[in-house]
Design a protein around this ligand. Structure first.
Ligand code: SER
Length: 892
């Protein structure tokens, strides 16, 4: 059976038992506390918890999973063994409050032994046996079901049922969530198949787990307790690559002499073939006997496995919109990609090799996962650009490591940090190399350097931390009333706190329309009216960690004013301009996703009253046309003058299409901002009432701020108008200077450039002519000395190439000679010396002459025996130096 036949057979088997086929969910998890979708059960969690009712009570699927980072992390094992992957498929059958242990176990046995032909005497099953303090009790029910089946099949239950501990037989998705005891099926792959269960759970490639049947009965709560669920469910997970590998290695269970490996299945054949072609090395299926001391072939074979695994992870995650980046799951991907590039070094692969593997994955897998084909271009672009950007620094980083290795036995924390910060080496990559080179790594020193950098970044982020925390219990968070435009001016409130700290004065009011700096939007400024005569300026607004809004005053005030009733006004125009920028940021985000794809994700933003800045994930610079189109679409949305709405809902009820990225911190109640039906985002900021208020958006720049992260800056409203007016003013002045109309400027400049090129050509011709006549004149200055022709002269040729050309021509004409030119060009002096072979034989040395001359001229220079150059500042000493030159000649 091929891998694809195995997958189909699994799905068909369970469909025939009343299961509905459910497609794989995205690798971007639906669960907020996961890095990646890491198990088939992730998408079904709400069904297990009873939060949603499924349309079916039995399901079958093949789920894309990544286990790298987080609770289930297999990254470090990949390559070194034959059965761990960062990306893999998990085949599963599911019961949502329907059948339970009996059916699940009986069907598993039936599929494996009756349909696929697994030899029953090679199968071992485990059942849960807790230790004191572990959840739940011995799984007698599963034990009895297995005992019954095995007895009927003449397989000894006393040998083939093995007890398993909490680690192996109590399955949890993460620290919290649905969980329960499980029974696992393992296969003995030794040649004789007579290990009698001794290798079960011993991390041996000769006895591996192929199927995990989990009986979901509890929810692990945050306080560490296990709450029984109302209904009981079945969640099974079969390692697709493992089963495909076993069937391929044993040639449908007919030959157990080979080393079992997932990589023997046809899932990897094309990738290996491509790697063999690219590298000229053969994959020989060896396994490292010791990780510290691998043979060349073992290292080559590890590289094959690492690359084959990692390219699949990258292709599948990019297809699901998860791109390599600097944080969280995106950084995990970048590390995986860089790990692959590094392993590629063992195969001496050419630059750009990793991207060459993409099509092998797409062609093999897109029949079942069509998203790979749809996203082919994106996958190529992202991997190519990531690979290129890492290759640029990889060699230099490796050289640095070699230098360290030549001197020390330990990579210091600071060096590891430089490798990380300057050369983009994730720390686990440095660890990997350190291990290979038998070096120690000062990981504590590295962590310290990282912490120092974070500290620097934190203190560079201006705000000093001001808090009214001691008041936390008495004074709840300040109520913000500034979403309503009617509250912005002359708002009556009470001073509840005056804080004098670090030379600054902050006021807290019981309610305020002043927006505090948050989510990229800067804080409001305005006026405080103490009474009819006394006005004070509020120059900034910030929030402390307990939600108190702090208003910074320009001047200090008397503490006796505590409790006073006052009026406060936000600078309305400034606030309006900030709001325009904020709403425009949402529209820009929307248009970027429309034009570039949904992988575009906000990576930071700043909106103030002057401009907006929006950082986002994207793998390459935007073209001028793309920027124009994006700007055009945002302005179309502005012209529509569509209403902007905001409302609050519980997080779980937020609309499906609302942009919210897991990993961000959201409370249980979230605020949804709907920009005229164009964009729907979770946001706590203030916005215009209708898009038309923005007036106009003009993009000023698009730049890279890190690998895979771009930045757009733009202006809106009055600032956009100012910009356009100043640009049109420049055009007006240019057209005046060029004596043409503004719309003729382009043609006029083209003509001027053509004329300029013509003039330069003419000038060059004249210069050549001048040089030719100069050559004749200079030649006459040659004097014989020591059987050589000596040409020592001052020139004023400004072009270094011309000077060199002239010297070479003269030397050809003079034959055995020494030519010494000193050219004064404005404030500089250029010295050039040419010695013919005959001169060199006599002991003259162009480099030495230049160096001696340069010292006399107060500059420096030198070079080879036949040709040398030097430079100095021109302080009028050339003639003097040349005058004293004859005696110098005698000295040479
Ligand atoms: N949830 C179990 C696992 O991931 C079985 O699907 O192993």
């Amino acid at each position: 059976m091929t891998a694809s036949e195995i997958r189909n057979s699994f799905i068909e088997f369970f469909k025939n038992k009343g299961h509905t086929f459910v497609p794989s969910e995205s690798l971007l998890p639906s669960s907020p506390n996961l890095l990646f979708t890491n198990a088939g059960m992730n998408q079904f969690v709400p069904y297990f918890l009873g939060a949603r009712t499924p349309a079916y009570s039995r399901a079958v699927n093949s789920q894309k999973c990544i286990r790298a980072g987080g609770k289930h992390n297999d990254l470090e094992d990949v390559g070194f063994d034959t059965y761990h992957h960062t990306f893999f498929e998990m085949l599963g059958n599911w019961s949502f409050g329907d059948y339970f242990k009996k059916e699940a176990i009986e069907w598993a046995w039936e599929l494996l032994t009756k349909v696929w032909g697994f030899p029953k005497e090679r199968l071992y099953v485990t059942v849960y046996k807790p230790s004191p303090g572990d959840p739940d009790k011995f799984d007698q029910e599963a034990y009895d079901i297995w005992k019954n089946i095995l007895k009927k099949e003449n397989v000894d239950p006393n040998v083939h049922i093995v007890n398993g501990n909490r680690k192996d037989n109590f399955w949890m998705m993460g620290d919290t969530g649905p969980c329960g005891p499980c029974t696992e099926i393992h296969i003995d792959l030794t040649e004789k198949g007579d290990t009698k269960g001794s290798l079960v759970n011993m991390s041996s490639p000769y006895c591996i787990e192929i199927w995990n049947l989990v009986f979901i009965q509890f929810n692990a709560e945050t306080d560490g307790t296990f709450k029984p669920l109302t209904n009981k469910h079945v969640d099974t997970g079969m390692g697709f690559e493992r089963v495909a590998g076993i069937i391929a290695t044993t040639k449908n269970f007919t030959d157990f002499s080979g080393i079992p490996s997932n990589y023997n299945s046809d899932l990897f054949t094309d990738i290996f073939a491509k790697l063999e072609k690219l590298s000229g090395h053969m994959y020989r299926k060896t396994m490292p006997s010791s990780l510290d001391n691998m043979s060349k072939q073992e290292r080559i074979d590890c590289s094959f496995r690492v690359l084959a695994d990692h390219i699949r992870t990258l292709c599948f995650s990019i297809a699901d919109g998860i791109l390599p980046g600097n944080e969280g799951r995106n950084y995990v991907l970048r590390r995986i990609l860089r790990r692959a590039i590094l392993w590629g070094q063992h195969l001496e692969l050419p630059e750009g090799f990793f991207a060459e593997l993409i099509d092998c994955v797409i062609n093999k897998m897109s029949g079942f996962f069509p998203e790979l084909k749809t996203q082919r271009t994106l996958i190529h672009k992202v991997i190519e650009s990531e690979e290129k950007s890492f290759e640029r620094t990889l060699d230099r980083g490796l050289q640095l490591l070699d230098k360290i290795a030549a001197k020390n036995k330990t990579i210091s924390g600071q060096d590891a940090f430089t490798l990380y910060d300057t050369y983009g080496f994730p720390i686990d990559l440095t660890q990997l190399i350190a291990k290979e080179k038998h070096l120690n790594l000062d990981i504590d020193g590295f962590n310290k350097a990282m912490e120092e950098q974070r500290e620097k970044a934190r203190s560079a982020q201006k705000k000093s931390v001001i808090t009214v925390s001691e008041e936390k219990d008495q004074k709840p968070a300040t109520q913000f009333v500034g979403f309503d435009a009617a509250n912005l001016v002359d708002y009556e409130t009470i001073i509840t706190k005056i804080i004098n700290t670090q030379g600054k004065t902050y006021l807290v009011f019981d309610k305020t329309p002043f927006y505090a700096t948050m989510g990229g939007q800067i804080g409001d400024q305005g006026i405080l009216y103490l009474d009819a005569e006394t006005k004070l300026k509020i120059i900034d607004t910030i929030k402390d960690e307990f939600g108190h809004i702090l208003h910074q005053l320009e001047n200090t005030i008397d503490e006796s004013l505590m409790g006073k009733k006052v009026k406060i006004s936000v600078y309305e125009n400034r606030r309006r301009q900030i709001q325009r920028n904020h709403t425009a940021t949402h529209l820009l985000h929307w248009a970027l996703r429309e034009h570039l794809g949904t992988h575009v994700k906000q990576a930071g933003s700043l909106v103030d009253d002057k401009k907006l800045r929006f950082d986002f994930s994207h793998y390459q610079a935007l073209t001028h046309k793309q920027l124009e189109d994006i700007e055009y679409d945002v302005n179309q949305a502005i012209l529509k003058n569509s209403p902007v709405r905001w409302y609050e809902v519980p997080f779980k009820d937020k609309p499906e299409n609302c942009i919210a990225f897991f990993g961000e911190k959201y409370g249980s109640i979230v605020r949804i901002v709907d920009i005229g039906g164009f964009s729907l985002e979770l946001c706590g900021g203030t916005h215009v009432q209708a898009t038309g208020e923005i007036g106009l958006l003009k993009i000023i720049s698009e730049t890279a701020i890190a690998a895979g992260t771009r930045r757009i800056e733009a202006v809106v409203g009055q600032e956009a108008l100012n910009l356009l007016q100043s640009q049109s003013h420049s055009l007006y002045r240019i057209s005046n200077a060029l004596s043409c109309k503004p719309n003729e400027i382009e043609t006029r400049i083209e003509t001027l450039l053509e004329q300029k090129a013509e003039h330069e050509k003419e000038l060059r011709k004249l210069q050549q002519k001048h040089l030719a006549s100069l050559e004749e004149d200079i030649l006459k200055l040659a004097q014989p000395y020591d059987n050589l022709q000596w040409l020592i002269t001052e020139t004023n040729i400004p072009n270094i190439n011309d000077l060199r050309g002239l010297a070479v021509n003269l030397s050809n004409k003079l034959g055995p000679s020494v030519i010494i030119f000193i050219s004064s060009i404005e404030d500089k002096i250029l010295t050039l010396v040419l010695c013919s072979q005959e001169a060199i034989k006599k002991g003259y040395h162009a480099g030495n002459i230049v160096s001696d001359l340069s010292i006399q001229l107060g500059g420096k220079g030198g070079g080879k025996p036949d040709f040398a150059m030097g430079g100095a500042k021109n302080s009028g000493q050339v003639t003097e130096v040349l005058k004293g030159f004859k005696p110098y000649l005698q000295k040479v």
